[in-house]
Design a protein around this ligand. Structure first.
Ligand code: AMP
Ligand code: MG
Length: 353
């Protein structure tokens, strides 16, 4: 299959080519498109054949459900059984934006899209290209992240091309992505709303709107033996090819512990890498040191994390050591993705002290 790449800037949308992109979806094809979180791999969410194609293009297990992206609030009513008060409040506060809600699905949503579940995940993104594209596509675009299964979600169009060229009909290049981590997922089907995947919309922000909100206990705790409630969180996602370890402790202790392990890895002939904050980057002796951002600016860390994980793969780094981040606000999402990338390998120097 030949994959066409078109460029769409958020402040200069070309409707003719987006109509073409929308037609591809209406005919059952696949189009990757930019959103404010990461690039999505879109198909018609109400067409079971399209969902099957998405799983195939990604190499994704078909029990891992897709998120349906909409562009108008009223469209939510056609794909869910009922819209509870909590969903209305959250939509009012955070849509369009990086929040996905889980609700009981309406009959028109095929089980192929929901991985066999009776619930459906819905989000209205805020990216203007995404909104215009969804409208042209008929209003219901099922889209997981546009990466091959097991790779970090793409935050640059070049990574979508790397993973999807020859597998899908079109890629809409919308330039850099603002947030860089996937949407927050909140399950509204239980008694108390529960975060199944942390993201830019934080626990504190949801609590401000709804009062009581809980978190799936498996999100940060690698020792928790419960099954994560979002099927996708059960897979080892976002993994670089190299072995990765996260180190937590005081700034100086982290630098010296990482440098010691770097020396040991080098002695074994391994290529070493460090995910460093701007504050500490110059202190590391590793072969490759990547600055993920300043410790003072968590949103910048979130935005560059996946790009950096991919760069370590490109440079064939064998052993990667990462600094750790506070888990308040968006830090919860950053640490959740880092821990998953590391397969929960984590060294706590506070406990060792
Ligand atoms: P991705 O599109 O790659 O960001 O993945 C979508 C995420 O949403 C995965 O982790 C899915 O398991 C999760 N998800 C989608 N639909 C549901 C649902 N009905 N119930 C729980 N989790 C869901
Ligand atoms: Mg994904």
């Amino acid at each position: 299959m030949r994959t066409e790449v078109i460029i769409q800037e958020e402040n200069r949308i070309d409707n003719t080519s987006l109509t073409r992109a929308g037609d591809i979806i209406r005919r059952g094809g696949l189009v990757a498109f930019p959103t404010e979180t990461v690039y999505g791999l879109g198909g018609d969410g109400l067409n079971p054949e399209s969902s099957r194609k998405i799983y195939e293009a990604k190499g994704r297990p078909s029990d891992n459900p897709l998120i349906i992206h909409i562009c108008r609030m009223e469209d939510l009513y056609s794909i869910v059984k009922e819209v509870p008060e909590s969903a209305k409040k959250l939509a009012e506060a955070f849509w369009p934006g990086p929040l996905t809600m889980i609700l009981p699905k309406a009959d028109c949503v095929p089980k192929e899209t929901t991985g066999g579940l009776d619930t459906v995940a819905v989000r209205m993104p805020s990216h203007k290209v995404a909104l215009a594209f969804i409208k042209e596509a008929g209003g219901f675009v099922a889209a997981p992240s546009a990466n091959l299964s097991g790779k970090p979600s793409p935050t640059l169009a070049k990574y979508v091309v790397e993973d999807m060229d020859g597998r899908i009909d079109m890629i809409i290049d919308g330039g850099d992505i603002a947030i860089g981590l996937e949407s927050t997922i909140v399950d509204l089907t239980g008694e108390v709303p529960m975060i199944l995947r942390p993201g830019y919309i934080t626990l504190e922000m949801l609590q401000d709107v709804l009062g009581e909100v809980t978190c799936d206990p498996t999100l940060l705790d690698g020792t928790c033996t419960d099954r994560p409630k979002a099927p996708g969180m059960r897979y080892r996602h976002y993994a670089p090819k190299g072995d990765m370890l996260i180190v937590e402790g005081s700034s100086d202790a982290v630098v010296s512990a990482i440098n010691k392990m770097v020396a040991e890895s080098k002695a074994q002939g391994l290529k070493t890498g460090v995910i460093a904050t701007a504050e500490n980057a110059e202190k590391y002796d590793a072969d490759v040191v990547k600055i993920v951002g300043s410790r003072q600016e968590a949103t910048a860390v979130a935005a560059s994390l996946y790009r950096i994980l991919r760069e370590f793969d490109d440079e064939e780094t064998d052993a990667i050591y990462s600094e750790s981040f506070a888990t308040d606000g968006i830090g919860q999402a950053i640490m959740n993705r880092l821990l998953k990338a590391a397969g929960h390998k984590y060294k706590n120097l506070w406990e060792d002290a």
